[in-house]
Design a protein around this ligand. Structure first.
Ligand code: SAM
Ligand code: SF4
Length: 466
């Protein structure tokens, strides 16, 4: 691990900001919210004061503003994905994870045949976008194995479907390995910092390469140096002070923006869940539902153009609530276990990484999203059209997202309904499409979208995107 590292997380600076925020008066918080409402980017101190406020009137305004930002930038689209665990071998001792190497269970990694079985099941659920997940074990789960998995997934073609985007969530690695991932055509490289508070980080990572805070912190720099310009950050809420960690996320994002002209493409907001081998009550910083909702809303306000991802770690009710506050991407029908999709079919569950709290099937989640007025989207266009990194950010900031993401969402939903829906589902989809199509303001794109959907419905074509 000789590659250079830099610590751009100034612990004292964040602690001082949060301490100062304790003294923010109502007038200054209202002024910060007024500025947020007008689309201004907030200063660090202002963001800290929004995080720290417990005044119900301010919190209500934070929710309102976050909801409006979300609707303005992302409309009512929700992008769907599913995790795919390929290996649970791990050399690290992360206190919160069941894959921790000190835990004794029968570990495995997927053979290519088992991988194909998993992908087939995911494809049958309608998924087009996966997040490939693995523990860290260079000998048994080498970068070559990960590359073989990615190639196998991309090579699979079914009657109608295929996986069109493989995001990758594997341990921090070398620039050389990131170069290999880049040439394997990955979507987003995702890595959670877990916590930006170095003393807490050291406390919960007992041993293994992941224990090296700076090596982990600089992973996206190495990924960017290797040409991966689409990176997704996150922290595991429940480990450290959640407000400190939100400020850490924002500083990390600014560091990447400054150095590479592109910050996080997405921010994930995982919350600690019970897992085997750990007791969740041993973690003193668990985040309650109200604080979690406030955090999601403040992140939405602080970085309006960064996608936000929510997983099935959250239960049904929480997902419903949080979706309105800024989430743009959710997983559905997830398993957090190696071979878990095939095992689920056989009614066997052995050792998931953690216990999910939303166990509904993908189709019931998708259907309920539509009942709640959302457009589930299976779009993978940006990545396939090379619109990543700063190019995606330019699109998001241009206000043209409605002329790009909305048609793509409608076309992919139309395709989903033809491939996976019954008559009632197709009818529901048609109603949504009819209602939403007029929101595409560019007439040429609107016409093209209508034509493409006619082709999808008649079987004359598929996989259209703008
Ligand atoms: N092993 C790699 C790593 O740790 O960076 C890849 C990602 S790991 C498969 C996925 C993520 O699961 C971790 O980054 C961690 O935040 C999360 N995780 C681990 N244990 C968890 C738990 N008990 N509850 C919720 N999330 C957990
Ligand atoms: Fe291994 Fe990742 Fe789990 Fe840590 S979080 S034990 S590195 S799989």
């Amino acid at each position: 691990m000789s590659e250079e590292t830099e610590n751009f997380i100034n612990q004292k600076y964040i602690e001082d900001l949060l301490a100062g925020a304790e003294f923010a008066d109502d007038a200054s918080i209202s002024a910060a919210l007024d500025r947020a409402e007008k689309g201004a980017s907030l200063e660090h101190g202002e963001i800290a004061s929004l995080l720290k406020t417990s005044n119900p009137a301010h919190i209500k305004r934070i929710f309102d503003i976050a909801g409006r930002i979300k609707r303005r930038i992302y409309g009512n689209r929700i992008v769907m994905f599913a995790p795919l665990y390929v290996s649970d071998y791990c050399v690290n001792k992360c206190a919160y994870c069941s894959f921790n190497c000190k835990h004794d269970f029968r570990r495995s990694k997927l053979t290519m045949d088992e991988l194909r079985e998993e992908v087939k099941i995911l494809e049958m659920m309608g998924h087009k976008r996966l997040a490939l997940e693995a523990g860290e074990e260079d000998a048994l789960c080498s970068i070559d194995y990960i590359l073989e998995c990615i190639k196998t997934i991309y090579d699979m073609k079914f009657g109608n479907g295929e996986i069109r985007r493989v995001n990758v969530n594997i341990a921090a690695t070398t620039t050389e390995n990131y170069r290999k991932l880049k040439s394997a055509n990955i979507g987003t490289y995702i890595l959670f910092q877990e916590t930006y508070h170095e003393p807490t980080y050291s406390r919960v990572h007992h041993s293994g390469p992941k224990k090296d805070f700076l090596w982990h912190l600089n992973a996206f720099d190495r990924a960017q140096d290797a040409g991966i310009d689409d990176v997704g950050g996150g922290v595991l809420f429940g480990l450290g002070d959640p407000y400190f960690d939100v400020m850490g996320l924002l500083l990390h994002n600014e560091h990447l923006e400054k150095k590479y002209n592109a910050g996080f493409h997405t921010i994930s907001v995982p919350r600690l869940c019970q897992a085997s081998g750990m007791d969740i009550n041993d973690f003193p910083n668990l985040v309650n539902d109200d604080t979690f909702a406030k955090i999601v809303a403040v992140i939405r306000i602080a970085v309006p153009f960064t996608g936000m991802i929510l997983s099935t770690r959250e239960n049904h009710d929480m997902r419903k609530k949080i979706l309105q506050l800024g989430i743009s991407q959710i997983s559905a029908g997830s398993s957090t276990e190696v071979g878990g999709y095939a095992k689920r079919k056989r009614n066997e569950i052995a050792n998931p990484q953690f216990l999910v709290n939303d166990e509904r099937s993908a189709v019931s989640i998708i259907s309920e999203l539509m009942d709640d007025g959302y457009i589930p989207s299976f779009c993978t266009a940006c990545y396939r059209g090379g619109r990543t990194g700063d190019r995606f950010m330019s699109l998001a900031k241009s206000g043209q997202i409605g002329n790009v993401c909305l048609p793509n969402a409608l076309m992919t939903l139309c395709e989903y309904s033809m491939d996976y829906g019954d008559d009632a589902f197709r009818e529901k989809t048609s109603e949504i499409i009819e209602k939403e199509i007029m929101q595409i303001s560019n007439e040429t794109i609107r016409k093209k979208t209508i034509e493409s959907m006619e082709k999808i419905r008649s079987g004359a074509g598929r996989d259209f995107y703008v």
